[in-house]
Design a protein around this ligand. Structure first.
Ligand code: PLP
Length: 797
């Protein structure tokens, strides 16, 4: 891409849209002109790529996900087009800072955390490697809420991102479809055979918006299709005239709620209904469009699976299998057997969690009225599956394996039965799936299960988030690693080179200074960039154990104050959103703030430790925090974190992992060797054993002086009139994630971290090895595994 062309486009857009020259344009106008110009360039490229794909009639992959945590797009696109430097120079000639323009773009927050970010990393990596893929999701009007902290408590505010975010979207009025809810089904024998029709339904219009996905140094452009719900005819005059006032505005009410908000609280019946509608809405729209296009091109759907691989990202899009069956049977009149054969060759499913509350289940009496035909298809899939299980002699597994059991529809079971491949997201997690969570299914389908360890878009998480390190690495080992992260292992040759170790230290220091400046500007808090930056940033959840981290800080506090401990200065950095109905998570956020306050009020302690909670964790914030980390806290209870990807981003940027043997930490350990990571705590089998024996937190309390001191101290703590006895009670009686069982081992691991850090050269070498060994955690590697082993798609240039 030539940047001159881009400059002309910006100036032309400014003229046409706003009637100004670049020297008189506001930042906001420059931003809009740049977003529009990028969209035009990508649209052109996409047109070319589509032509090529159509000509060659290749197989494509379709990635369905309730979440895509996209992050800002402008920098990513300029980076991929290879014109970021030139545009920066060009703008600065006109006294405009490119960085300030970037800041104007809202993060499209169409996701909660890791799962959504993974989906976006995968679209980026697939596109950079010229794989034809389309993402499908919902155009949420409000993304994940904006977090504000008030007196230590989280408050949620709406994130209306479309105002400034819409310039990246392309509206495709030619591909609207209708999605139907409620009503009843009519079954009848006709001259052509048995037919099912859906009657008296409420129709919602699905309007498509495309976010164009660029790849690095390639003309390939893929699409993330986001569906918006609109009432079909708005207010229904006929119904109104007949006196059916409430039904006349029903469609309007449904439509306005469906694409309003990401993950509305689903603790109420209405919340659950809305989730079902959201899920069906976007998968139905997506499949209708795919099936229609395929039939138009081939005149048959029998070869659908030869041209399309459909991926279910966790169970949220699992209804897709039933919707696909419905289209084949009801609309194209294929037999059940034929339709089932095509379906099971088309779908694959990735499981992302073994936390039982996250394995989706829907009550039949809730589900059936909303989607009567989809329910009847799931029922038939279940009936045939159960019969097969009985024939196989595995009848006793039915309470576990049946898709519908005890009045509940189990979406993971539906996904497994209907897919040709099921995978977990790290070696440990995939092993847990076949050994325990889906053990009975593994006995039934031993060949269906596999693993693809997660990966990250290194061009965003290193290339864009850490240009200082990227440029230095480029000068040292060449630029190849930007395209192919396995090449970063060349850095290992320098692991004893003092000059290189020194330069890496300087870069880390620079990133720490930048983060310190950010904290100063946004929170008015001064942090010392010479202290250890100890980072735990991720969604707030009990299983991730931010509380364990907080306990250790309290341990340090009382040891400094009463026992003469003088640790190496450390800044503990947290960032995390708690989901809005999750009280314990919100209490932990309050606890972290209270510890911070306690430390600040003590002249002695604050010389050594500091706690900073940075509000509103999101992709653009992660891009600032991760490159500045010395220590990466990955301290979930073993067996609970399916993979983690924050751990990979941190490792790539040279942070040392302090973690349990959980998720991808296991593979990080394998990659770097035990001298370059600090591992602590119970292993998965030990956790299971302890649960089986009965975890008795009091024993751990009585056994360890340090655990005891810490909890006893918390009982004496009052900050801003609040005490935290309830947390101590929780730790001593209820905590399912067994913080106390790992606490002693964690304190010891923290001491090891400190000792390693104090040996400056040794630490820098550890850091270098972590960066150099991060190659296998590139999303490029992960998506290639999906493409080769699961989807069977080829690269197309
Ligand atoms: C990477 C990322 C996550 C996932 O972090 P984990 O530590 O793997 O849970 C969550 N949120 C954002 C914004 C991220 O960039």
């Amino acid at each position: 891409m030539n940047s001159l062309n881009f400059q002309q486009r910006i100036e032309q857009t400014l003229q046409i849209q706003f009637g100004v020259t670049i020297d008189h344009a506001s930042k906001r106008q420059v931003y809009e002109a740049m977003m529009r110009s990028v969209r035009e360039i990508l649209s052109q490229k996409k047109f070319g790529y589509e032509q090529e794909l159509k000509k060659r009639r290749v197989k494509r992959a379709y990635y369905m996900s309730m979440e895509f945590l996209v992050g800002r797009t402008l920098r990513n696109n300029l980076f991929n087009l290879g014109i970021e430097q030139e545009i920066q120079t060009y703008l600065s000639k006109h006294h405009i800072s490119l960085d300030e323009i970037y800041q104007i773009e809202p993060d499209p927050g169409l996701g909660n955390g890791g799962l959504g970010r993974l989906a976006s990393c995968y679209l980026d990596a697939l596109t950079s490697q010229d794989y034809p893929v389309t993402g499908f999701s919902i155009l949420y009007e409000y993304g994940i809420f904006k977090q504000v902290i008030n007196n230590g408590w989280q408050q949620e505010f709406p994130d209306y991102w479309l105002d400034l975010g819409k310039y990246g979207l392309v509206y495709r009025s030619d591909e609207e479809v209708e999605v139907r809810f409620y009503g009843n089904i009519k079954e009848e024998m006709t001259a052509e055979g048995f037919r099912v029709t859906h009657e008296n339904y409420t129709a919602i219009q699905a309007e498509p918006y495309d976010l164009l996905i660029s790849g690095y140094d390639t003309d390939t452009v893929n699409t993330l299709r986001l569906w918006e719900a609109k009432a079909k005819t708005g207010f229904n005059m006929k119904l109104f005239e007949r006196g059916e006032y409430s039904r006349s505005s029903e469609a309007e009410a449904i439509a306005s709620s469906i694409s309003k908000l990401l993950y509305p609280a689903d603790s109420t019946r209405e919340g659950k209904e809305l989730r079902i509608k959201q899920q069906y809405f976007f998968i139905s729209a997506s499949l209708q469009q795919l099936v229609k296009n395929h039939y138009r091109e081939f005149g048959t759907l029998e070869n659908f699976h030869e041209y399309a691989a459909l991926h279910i990202n966790d169970t949220h899009p699992a209804m897709a299998v039933a919707e696909f069956m419905r289209l084949l049977i009801d609309e194209y009149h294929y037999s059940w057997e034929k339709s089932w054969e095509i379906t099971t060759k088309t779908f694959a499913y990735t499981n992302h969690t073994i936390m039982s509350e996250a394995l989706e289940k829907w009550a039949v009496d809730l589900f059936q009225p909303i989607l009567p035909r989809i329910y009847s298809i799931i029922e038939e899939i279940n009936r045939r599956f159960c019969q097969w299980v009985i024939d196989m002699g595995y009848e006793m597994t039915l309470p576990e394996t049946a898709i519908i059991y005890d009045g509940m529809i189990k979406m993971a079971n539906l996904s497994i039965v209907s897919s040709h491949y099921v995978n977990g997201v790290s070696k440990l997690h995939s092993d847990i799936l076949v050994d325990s969570t889906f053990r009975s299914f593994y006995a039934l389908y031993p060949d269906k299960f596999g693993n693809v360890t997660n990966g990250i878009a290194h061009r965003r998480w290193l290339g864009q988030a850490n240009p200082e390190l990227t440029n230095y690495l480029e000068s040292l080992i060449g630029i190849d690693f930007v395209k192919d992260l396995s090449k970063i292992s060349k850095l290992l040759e320098y692991k004893d080179d003092e000059k290189v170790l020194h330069a890496l230290k300087d870069i880390k220091h620079q990133k720490k200074q930048q983060l310190a400046a950010y904290i100063q500007d946004t929170l008015g808090i001064t942090v010392n960039p010479n202290s250890i930056f100890d980072v735990q940033v991720k969604r707030l959840h009990e299983y991730k154990r931010q509380l364990l981290n907080a306990l250790h800080i309290v341990y340090l506090y009382q040891a400094i104050k009463y026992q003469g401990l003088r640790p190496t200065p450390r800044t503990f950095i947290f960032a995390a959103k708690a989901s809005s109905g999750y009280d314990m998570a919100k209490n932990i956020i309050k606890f972290i703030h209270s510890i911070s306050q306690l430390i600040e009020s003590d002249e002695l302690v604050r010389e050594y430790i500091k706690v900073v909670f940075i509000p509103d964790y999101k992709v653009s914030l992660a891009e600032i925090i991760l490159p500045a980390a010395d220590v990466s806290e990955q301290i979930s209870q073993a067996g609970k974190e399916a993979s983690g990807t924050g751990n990979m981003k941190l490792m790539l940027n040279g942070a040392i992992t302090l973690g349990t043997l959980d998720g991808a930490n296991v593979e990080i350990l394998e990659a770097v060797g035990e001298e370059n990571i600090v591992i602590f705590g119970l292993k998965t089998e030990e956790v299971n054993q302890l649960v089986a024996e009965g975890y008795k937190p009091w024993e751990w309390y009585n056994r360890s002086e340090r655990v005891k001191q810490t909890l006893d101290f918390i009982r004496t703590m009052t900050v801003g009139g609040m005490n935290f006895n309830f947390l101590v009670d929780y730790l001593l009686n209820d905590d399912p994630f067994m913080c106390l069982a790992d606490f002693e081992s964690y304190i010891y691991a923290q001491q090891q971290i400190e000792e390693a850090y104090n040996d400056e050269k040794q630490w820098q070498k550890m850091s270098l090895v972590n960066t150099a060994k991060a190659g296998i955690f590139s999303a490029d590697r992960a998506v290639k595994e999906y493409a080769d082993r699961i989807w069977h798609i080829q690269q197309v240039k």
